[in-house]
Design a protein around this ligand. Structure first.
Ligand SMILES: CC/C=C\C/C=C\C/C=C\C/C=C\C/C=C\C/C=C\CCC(=O)SCCNC(=O)CCNC(=O)[C@H](O)C(C)(C)COP(=O)(O)OP(=O)(O)OC[C@H]1O[C@@H](n2cnc3c(N)ncnc32)[C@H](O)[C@@H]1OP(=O)(O)O
Ligand code: NKO
Length: 393
């Protein structure tokens, strides 16, 4: 193991990276807040400024993945589609299996120049996460409580707001609605069976409402759906802590560009279209399992230096004052100040650990698992399924 590799596993390095992320993030959140008065005067300018500010936060996680851990990202896609990436608005449909799929997605956004403006249909709980969740308010991210009756109005309104967005954007949808676990998969396949839908081996049954409403409301704004299937080589299940420790992974992403005007307008036809898409995605995963690659031509979209430069800027700006502060503290000789600072640092570390926890599948929600029972009752598709679930738990 080289000296650099050993350095990457050191707690001190992790603390410095997290400190830079947190402090720069809060400064940027504050700057975003300062753009509030601009919104009623020049909305498009406010949006453009927020895209740049947002970029300065999310690109730090991209730099961590690309430059710190050295993770490689390979794209399988048709050359004629490749030319259009980053030059049009698109809806991205992505499988949801990995703890760092959001960082990998962001890395592809960065490579095609749409990182600052990237959008997602995200669960509401993420909006409370400091730095990233707060940044998302200003980027007009669409939040949902995953309760359609409550979401319908807000999701439609937020989507409509994006119609005059001044930058090209990719709108990410994880139609499975939650990350893959064996337990959720089992339950979701029981739902599929009752609905007479073919079983999926590598995906949960997609929730169709978010997709249909997105297609409906962004028709005319978005030109294509990018059907994207992600995998990591050697059956790796990468984690954010692994990335922080400098572990190198290799992501493979298969993308098919599907023109939006080929997707049915009628809601039930659109839902059927999405179910068929997931059956095809399942076949691609099977192909990957068998051959170790996806179909299609391989390209490696080139690295850009901006994420690294942005990160170095914040490191230079924030690490020196930290060192001076710590030095002054030690020299002050006051036990009280030292204890207070230690408690403060500990609290910040716990906070960061909580944020990292948000990415961990083990600490994930029960959506599509325990909550499933009530949903099934509500939709009255399985009269006895609730009882059988109770038995299983
Ligand atoms: C060239 C490169 C290309 C690509 C690069 C890749 C990516 C880069 C792109 C962009 C990057 C941008 C950002 C990335 C950064 C961060 C992202 C991070 C994460 C955020 C992601 C999340 O938070 S995911 C969770 C939230 N999102 C969603 O849930 C979306 C999907 N959900 C829906 O669409 C839902 O319909 C809903 C949320 C709108 C409403 O939820 P609700 O639960 O009310 O759903 P439904 O009404 O649909 O559910 C009831 C129906 O479901 C059936 N049911 C019941 N139980 C189950 C079950 N266990 N499994 C499946 N189905 C079930 C039930 O029977 C009902 O059926 P109906 O027939 O009545 O519909
Ligand atoms: C640079 C060092 C950075 C260290 C700080 C850590 C930053 C933490 C960022 C938290 C951002 C969280 C984004 C997570 C996205 C995600 O994957 O959410 C899961 C949901 O889709 C589904 O949730 P679930 O139903 O629980 O599976």
């Amino acid at each position: 193991m080289g000296i650099l590799q050993v350095l990457k596993t050191q707690l001190l390095c992790h603390l410095i990276i997290c400190y830079v992320f947190l402090v720069s993030g809060l400064i940027i959140n504050l700057l975003q807040l300062c753009t509030l008065p601009l919104w009623p005067i020049n909305k498009q300018l406010a949006r453009k400024i927020n895209c740049r500010l947002g970029y300065s936060i999310s690109s730090q996680l991209v730099a961590l993945l690309e430059w710190w851990s050295g993770t490689e990202c390979t794209l399988y896609t048709a050359p004629e589609s490749y030319k259009l990436y980053g030059k049009e608005n698109a809806i991205v449909v992505l499988n949801h299996n990995f703890e760092i799929d959001f960082m990998t997605g962001w890395t592809f956004c960065e490579r095609f120049g749409v990182l600052g403006s990237s959008k997602v249909l995200a669960k509401k709980d993420l909006s409370y996460v400091p730095v990233i969740g707060w940044m998302w308010y200003f980027l007009e991210i669409v939040f949902c409580k995953r309760k359609w009756e409550e979401d319908r109005k807000t999701v439609v309104q937020s989507l409509r707001n994006l119609r005059d967005y001044p930058e090209n954007f990719w709108f990410l949808l994880h139609c499975e609605g939650t990350r893959f676990t064996e337990k959720k998969h089992k339950i979701s396949m029981e739902v599929a069976e009752k609905k007479g839908l073919p079983k999926l081996k590598y995906h949960l049954l997609p929730r169709t409402k978010g997709f249909c409403v997105t297609v409906q409301n962004l028709r005319g704004t978005v030109t294509a759906v990018y059907d994207s299937t992600l995998n990591f080589r050697n059956n790796e299940m990468p984690t954010l802590l692994g990335v922080l420790n400098g572990k190198k992974y290799h992501a493979d992403l298969y993308v098919r560009r599907i023109p939006l005007d080929t997707i049915p307008e009628d809601e039930s036809e659109c839902a059927a279209w999405l179910h068929k898409l997931y059956q095809e995605k399942d076949e691609f995963q099977e192909h990957y399992r068998q051959t170790g690659r996806f179909p299609g031509a391989i390209t490696s979209p080139p690295h850009r230096p901006w994420a690294l430069l942005n990160w170095l800027f914040w490191v230079c700006l924030l690490v020196y004052p930290l060192c001076m502060l710590l030095l002054q503290l030690l020299l002050s000789g006051s036990t009280f100040t030292v204890v207070c600072t230690s408690v403060f640092c500990l609290a910040v570390s716990v906070g960061i650990r909580w944020m990292i926890g948000q990415t961990e599948i083990d600490k994930g929600s029960n959506y599509g698992r325990d909550a499933n029972e009530q949903q099934l009752k509500d939709h009255a598709i399985l009269p006895n399924f609730g009882a059988s679930l109770k038995k299983n738990h």
